[in-house]
Design a protein around this ligand. Structure first.
Ligand SMILES: Cc1cc2nc3c(=O)[nH]c(=O)nc-3n(C[C@H](O)[C@H](O)[C@H](O)COP(=O)(O)OP(=O)(O)OC[C@H]3O[C@@H](n4cnc5c(N)ncnc54)[C@H](O)[C@@H]3O)c2cc1C
Length: 471
């Protein structure tokens, strides 16, 4: 380190001080470190933005700004349509020799970072990207012949062999190197209304302290029995509820994995499996970016979805007449979060029973979730629709009644979210009966995507009788 080296940390995800790779690297190698965040029009004005996710982000930024200020630094917030130019301009004003950021794996940020690198190089400033968002970066998980995985279980086996390298970064002793921003450089953190958004959901508390509380609560009450309870939607401690914090990086993935590894047992092992799903979908999107444009399997490209707009609206509102589906949708609409079992059941009802294009559901989830995350959301939807990484494809059609009998046998979850269920105000019949929807979907599938998949894989036609009991 030269005696007066100055650096700029550009926060994107990874909105925390604790165990933050780019912050650690910057503080370690420089003695004056400024911090910034760009509110990017690409995200804040896009069709997928929703009040829950935007509010969670803005609340998180408020906590981050306070935390940085309490350590003698501060957050420079810039609202911009061109983050690379804004970053290069800031680096110039601040006299930063290096800019540090955590690496992102989606197509847009990859292109953004290439442009940033070019602009900074023109100014003779370094751009240093650090691995932080994932426990294992995509280049490290490949098959023996060097190709990316498209099936989860073999992916996970290989991914796990890399986990020994998960080390935490102790930033605390270095925080005195944070520098307060010069006056008038930062814009105020805006209100939601500035984006034309109104929050009608009671969302999760934001920021890294809230994330730490969630993790210790889960450690006390959920982790050990996670393998047994994770599908019990009515039980608040059945899962960690850390997804918005993992999405925005108010907790580090390394810390989650470390916590699980040091509390070994069947619950902790199952939890690591779920964290691996998140990594899997990031890796899939990195290696096969076309998944963000359409189905991973090209055989589904022109699937004849029926796309009845009334059905879509009733699904969104949680008024399909299947109480388990409706309870899930209402939990989402009320809190900005939905239990994983319900995400599967509601998604399956949308794309299989109602025969609506899964991308309509994908977009609605993105608009309503605090944890709306392109890789996990896209991966989850394509898995349910059968056009992504799930080798069982079309045969997985969740039966909403059997799912309720298995996972909410006492109707506890349903009673919480659908109070009128069981009264005359609740629909007597569903908008589409599961057996009818399933038959119709399989017929369309066998005539189109299924026929093309058969031609490619020479597997047999899928008949409605080939169903395991819960589907
Ligand atoms: C249709 C559909 C859409 C989804 N959309 C999203 C999304 O936008 N954002 C999101 O974070 N998750 C998404 N998921 C995955 C999963 O439902 C949530 O991560 C989980 O419900 C979050 O609750 P939790 O934090 O209590 O999870 P836990 O059970 O405690 O799991 C811990 C963490 O592991 C990760 N994880 C768990 N299961 C999965 C999974 N199946 N796929 C990917 N990551 C997983 C999450 O980061 C989660 O926080 C989706 C799943 C489906 C079926």
């Amino acid at each position: 380190m030269s005696p007066d080296s100055t650096a700029l940390v550009w926060f994107r995800g990874g909105l925390r001080l604790r165990d933050n790779s780019c912050l650690y690297e910057a503080l370690n190698a420089n003695n004056r470190v400024y911090c910034c965040f760009m509110l990017d029009d690409f995200y804040m004005r896009g069709g997928d933005i929703g009040a829950a996710r935007a509010a969670f982000l803005l609340n998180t930024l408020r906590v981050l700004a306070q935390d940085l200020a309490s350590q003698g630094g501060g957050l420079i917030l810039r609202y911009t349509q061109n983050p690379p130019e804004e970053c290069a301009r800031l680096a110039q004003i601040l006299g930063a020799g290096r800019v540090y950021a955590n690496r992102d794996y989606m197509p847009y940020p990859i292109a953004r970072d290439i442009r940033t690198q070019e602009l900074l190089a023109q100014q003779r400033q370094e751009f240093i990207l650090c691995d932080d968002q994932l426990a294992v970066r995509p280049e490290l998980v490949k098959t023996d012949v060097g190709t990316p995985y498209t099936v989860f279980t073999p992916f996970k086996r290989r991914w796990e062999t890399q986990l020994l390298q998960v080390d935490l970064k102790d930033v605390q002793p270095l925080l005195q190197r944070l520098a307060p921003p010069p006056p008038n450089l930062s814009q105020p953190i805006p209100d939601l209304a500035e984006f034309g958004l109104v929050l009608n959901q009671d969302i999760e508390s934001a920021g890294e302290h809230a994330a730490q509380r969630r993790l210790s609560e889960f450690l006390k009450t959920g982790l050990a029995r996670y393998d047994q309870h994770r599908d019990v939607a009515a039980m608040p401690t059945s899962t960690s509820r850390l997804s918005p914090h993992l999405k925005w990086g108010t907790i580090s993935i390394r810390e989650c994995i470390r916590t699980a590894l040091s509390n070994d047992g069947p619950g902790a092992r199952k939890w690591i499996d779920e964290l691996a799903w998140r990594e899997f979908y990031y890796h899939v999107g990195y290696h096969f970016p076309h998944v963000y444009e359409g189905p991973m399997l090209k055989e589904y490209s022109d699937f004849p979805w029926l796309n009845n707009p009334d059905h879509l609206e009733l699904w969104k509102q949680g008024r399909t007449g299947y109480p388990f589906v409706d309870a899930g949708m209402r939990q989402l609409n009320t809190t900005g979060w939905m239990h994983n079992r319900l995400r599967q059941v509601t998604a399956s009802y949308l794309c299989k029973d109602l025969c609506l294009d899964w991308r309509l559901g994908e977009q609605y989830f993105m608009q309503m979730l605090t944890d709306g995350d392109w890789p996990s959301n896209n991966g989850g939807w394509q898995w349910v629709a059968g056009c992504g990484t799930d080798p069982r494809r079309a045969t997985r059609i969740f039966n909403p009644t059997l799912q309720q009998q298995r996972y909410d046998p006492d109707f506890e979850y349903i009673k919480t979210w659908v109070p009128e269920w069981g009264t005359a105000s609740y629909p007597a019949t569903p908008i589409v009966e599961h057996s009818d929807g399933r038959r119709r979907y399989l017929q369309l599938f066998n005539e189109t995507a299924g026929a093309r998949l058969n031609a490619r894989t020479s597997s047999g036609t899928i008949r409605p009788t080939q169903q395991p009991s819960l589907f």
